[in-house]
Design a protein around this ligand. Structure first.
Ligand SMILES: [Zn+2]
Length: 145
């Protein structure tokens, strides 16, 4: 019984990540614009990334997703079409570069979900101070100086 409940919660979190939403509340968008990720959720105030380089794990997610598509596509094209191996490799090398860009946001979002499962995504006590003084205008401490 509890296994289904846990699996349902895990699936819910993964779907929230796939929709590029906060894994904790499901409402806040993970990305502001383009490839820039928000520091915190505007709804539940959890912090998505605590330290620089923490998102390095997203590279593993990107590699995994890209490998799934590349291997599947390579063998499918090889079996269905009679294409020269050099052309096939050229196509897939270009595809790897394109897929890495395409999967960037999804991989970062899924990595935030994984961090959320590990307890690394939670609300900070000092979030309101950061929210009151957005980063582009400096923190309150910087404004007092
Ligand atoms: Zn949230």
């Amino acid at each position: 019984m509890w296994r289904w409940y846990v699996a349902r919660l895990a699936l819910r979190d993964l779907l929230r990540g796939a929709r590029l939403r906060c894994p904790a509340c499901g409402h806040g968008r993970l990305f502001q614009r383009g490839l820039r990720m928000r520091a915190t959720c505007p709804y539940c105030w959890v912090r998505f990334e605590r330290a620089p380089g923490e998102s390095l794990g997203a590279a593993y997610v990107t590699s995994g997703l890209t490998a799934l598509v590349i291997y599947g596509g390579y063998f499918a094209l090889d079996a269905l079409l009679d294409i020269e191996i050099g052309i096939l490799l050229g196509v897939w090398i270009c595809a790897v570069m394109a897929l890495n860009l395409l999967f960037f946001r999804l991989a970062r979002a899924l990595w935030v979900v994984i961090a959320y499962w590990g307890g690394g995504v939670y609300a900070d006590q000092d979030y309101e101070r950061e929210y009151a003084a957005p980063h582009r205008h400096g923190t309150q401490d910087e404004q007092r100086l």
